[in-house]
Design a protein around this ligand. Structure first.
Ligand SMILES: NC(=O)c1ccc[n+]([C@@H]2O[C@H](COP(=O)([O-])OP(=O)(O)OC[C@H]3O[C@@H](n4cnc5c(N)ncnc54)[C@H](O)[C@@H]3O)[C@@H](O)[C@H]2O)c1
Length: 396
């Protein structure tokens, strides 16, 4: 490979995965063009506004904003000038909980006219196992000598810039050149790179997320077992984990939500021909936690006509992302019970949301929908709170 500066196009480069990665690559000395069809987002980026919450993101964007090695485009044209193309677009599941591969193939079709022999396409989006190989076959069938590499993103949302330097990167490639390009790119910032073949790498990513999803399901199931018998889950958990090394990774209960864990567990289920009973059980537990909380509340409160507040609507603490947040499912269930639901979130501006103080003042019953740190300083005395996260019992 040439010793010149590598030019990289990041398709979906304005997104939660694409943007931190693009900036990291500029920091690492590469020339990067962020390609994103969301023109409003690109405009914001050009003006130096980081479009979502990401630790260190605004500062890094400010630093790199005028760097000549960082460019933007709303169309795929600049791809033809690049050595590598990194795809970071969303990969949802469909209404049957099967991977919606059409969205990835649509992007491949869009970039096709700008692909050139000798380039490498690095797939960073989470993919159904076997997809990278199929994409490679498609490129070959078009007569293109474009290598394919699958290198999964494994950061925790909001912590990418910190984790890039701490986590090993899994790399793979359809041939030695693709693998070498991936190695050159990711070893520029990662502590180490680990090599797998493309399908193994795809599966490693699904295993990573599903493992987390299963752990949360265990905690949520134990929470339901204890609380449905009138026992204090967190008191038991504290005793169980205290100075006991083999239980240190036992998580607290809470909504296992967001754009990744659920859908990746479902992708794994689809991969195993719908015979992934453990994943299916985890889905049933995690997705029904809001129902469990509402049923528990109904034991002691008549929800009909009650003013119920939900504190926190994002899918994870101290983040502004509400994609697939189960707090919205909780709201729906409470509305169904004819409660008057008052929602608040310090990071999300949405029609009908109220300031926290107003919700605290008028709600007769509170639910913690998302355990934002700001709620830790609330004086909970005299308030009735349904809190599966254990936030209200934590010391300040
Ligand atoms: N969010 C995470 O923390 C995280 C972590 C690991 C892996 N992933 C995976 O990464 C992928 C992307 O997730 P995300 O959260 O960054 O999604 P996102 O929605 O935040 O970002 C996707 C971006 O792609 C852009 N886009 C869509 N179609 C496009 C097109 N045709 N051309 C150019 N740009 C286009 C969108 O405008 C958006 O900015 C998914 O496969 C997801 O499972 C996400």
């Amino acid at each position: 490979m040439s010793k010149d500066i590598l030019k990289i196009a990041v398709v979906g480069g304005g997104g939660h995965v694409g943007l931190p990665l693009s900036l990291m690559l500029v920091e690492s000395g590469f020339e990067v063009v962020i390609i994103d069809t969301d023109a409003a987002k690109i405009e914001k980026l050009k003006q130096g506004h980081f479009p979502f919450l990401e630790d260190g993101g605004p500062e890094l964007l400010k630093k790199l904003k005028d760097n000549p090695r960082l460019k933007y485009s709303t169309t795929p044209g600049p791809i033809s000038e690049c050595h590598a193309i990194i795809l970071t677009v969303g990969t949802p599941v469909d209404e049957h909980l099967n991977p919606r591969l059409s969205s990835v193939y649509a992007v491949i079709d869009q970039v096709r006219p700008f692909l050139r022999n000798g380039q490498v396409m690095i797939l960073r989006s989470t993919l159904f196992p076997g997809t990278s190989e199929k994409i490679h076959q498609r490129l070959v069938s078009w007569g293109l000598e474009v290598g394919v590499s699958f290198c999964p993103e494994r950061i925790a949302q909001g912590k990418a810039l910190e984790e890039f330097r701490k986590l090993p990167q899994i790399i793979s490639g359809s041939d030695a050149r693709a693998l070498e390009t991936a190695r050159r790119i990711f070893s520029s910032f990662a502590v180490e790179v680990t090599e797998l073949n493309m399908t193994e790498a795809e599966l490693a990513k699904l295993f990573t997320n599903t493992w987390r999803y299963l752990k949360f399901a265990v905690a949520n199931q134990f929470y339901m077992v204890a609380e449905s018998k009138g026992l204090d889950f967190y008191k038991i958990r504290e005793a169980m984990t205290r100075l006991y090394p083999r239980a240190q990774d036992f998580p607290g209960a809470g909504f296992a939500a967001g754009p990744c864990l659920f859908k990746d567990a479902m992708q794994l289920e689809a991969f195993h021909r719908q015979n992934f009973t453990l994943g299916h059980a985890a889905m049933l537990i995690n997705e029904t936690l809001p129902e469990f909380l509402v049923e528990q509340a109904k034991r002691e409160h008549r929800l009909n006509g009650l003013r119920v507040g939900i504190l926190g609507m994002a899918f994870k603490a101290d983040n502004d992302d509400n994609r697939e947040s189960l707090a919205y499912k909780l709201r729906k269930l409470l509305v169904y019970e004819n409660a008057t639901v008052l929602c608040t979130d310090p990071f999300i501006q949405e029609a009908g949301f109220l300031p926290m103080e107003q919700v605290l003042e008028s709600a007769q019953l509170l639910f913690i929908g998302c355990p934002h740190s700001a709620y830790r300083s609330i004086d909970w005395r005299g308030r009735t709170v349904v809190d599966c996260w254990g936030l209200t019992r934590q010391k300040k």
